[in-house]
Design a protein around this ligand. Structure first.
Ligand SMILES: [Zn+2]
Length: 99
């Protein structure tokens, strides 16, 4: 999806990523909620980071057909009660202070 630039009279410029079919829809400033005016500039399709573009596309797809589960996932066999689930494999995180 392309990125469109808008100008807010209070906050200045802001960008919105939206489908081309919604380019003329009302652009609300994320800072103050005022209506923004479209600003024309160079297309930003190639400047966007590929990972960000994939994430935005995945978010767009999930709006139409969300991936849902119908049951609670089974407990992992190696998970013991009372033991926290490991969220990271970075060894530096183990040295962080604990509450
Ligand atoms: Zn604003």
């Amino acid at each position: 999806m392309p990125t469109y630039a808008y100008h807010c009279p209070n906050c200045g410029g802001f960008d919105l990523v939206r489908p081309m079919s919604e380019v003329d829809a009302v652009a609300v400033c994320p800072g103050c909620g005022m209506r923004g005016r479209r600003v024309f500039g160079a297309p930003a399709l190639r400047r966007m980071d590929a990972r960000l573009r994939r994430a935005l596309d995945a978010g767009e797809r999930s709006a139409d057909s969300p991936q849902v589960v119908t049951a609670v996932p089974p407990r992992s066999a190696d998970r013991r009660p009372g033991r926290a689930t490991r969220y990271t494999t970075d060894p530096r995180h183990a040295r962080l202070p604990r509450p």
